[in-house]
Design a protein. Sequence first.
Length: 338
Amino acid sequence: MGVRPRRRGVPPVVLLLISTMTVAACGGSGDKSKNLVSADAGIDALVAAAKKEGKVTIYSAQGLDALNNLAAAFKKEYPGIDVDVVRGVDGDLGTKVETEFQTGKGIADLYVSASLPWVQSEAKAGKFLAPTGPELTGKGAYDVKKYVHDGNYFETNSAVLTFGWNTKLYPKGLTDYPDLLDPALAGGKIGVVQPTAASLVDFYLWLEETYGADFVTKLAAQKPRIYPSSLPMGEALASGEIAAGSFVAPIALDPAKAKGAPIAYKMPPSGAWGARYYGMVLTTAPHPNAAQLLANFMVTEKGQELITPAAGSVLPNVPGTLITNDKVRVQAIVALLN
């Protein structure tokens, strides 16, 4: 048997070195930005880095069909990069992202949410990587001064609600919200949404701010039918249950209209009420370059046409879009909850 070596204490400096090496080897929740291609490197370098990563996961509250269409176009544009789409509501997805922040085990690379209070809170905590794609850094048509915000989150598009009418029951149509006060629409011929959530209360506040403090009172005097959301209101409009609706979603009406439903809608001349969507590349992103490339693609004209049908765009004159984000209300949810 050999001589057993005498045990000695390990110098503190060695312990520190071992600890540092262990953390580095395990990956931990390290700074993903160290592997991120800089904005100055250009699109070719970003594409190369993204293809090396080979995958990107997006969590989003945007429409599933639109997300799948965007993913398919992105994979065609950049072959070799898989896209994993996880669609859900803001509350559920935000909780998942928070868990990934806390554990340092990121799954999502890019997150798109309409919950501005959550986004602003996490932005202040430094949870988002600075955009690096050419569109999001001022080298394209995207207006970074208008749509990229402090804390590294950026606007991607918006969902919008507006007024609509049944063309058979009300053939002269509507031009703006005040037209809903037409006496011919009194007595249950108008649909309104029940203000059961802070966001819906904000809709009525927007109506008063835009059309006068007594507008909602006048609308109530029309004795409208009350609906829980835009979807059943749109269905009631198409079926002829009501002649006009004050809270309908164009993206839901268009398919019915294409099938022959007698419905029409317009965007208010002074701007619309809706929900702006905000994109973020997460500090825990396993594939940060692929996330930056997908974020950049989303705000190109091609990306906007796919992700923003019958809704709001961050670029002007995009085919199929109805309005630009700067004309969509920024909801004052925080003020309502306080």
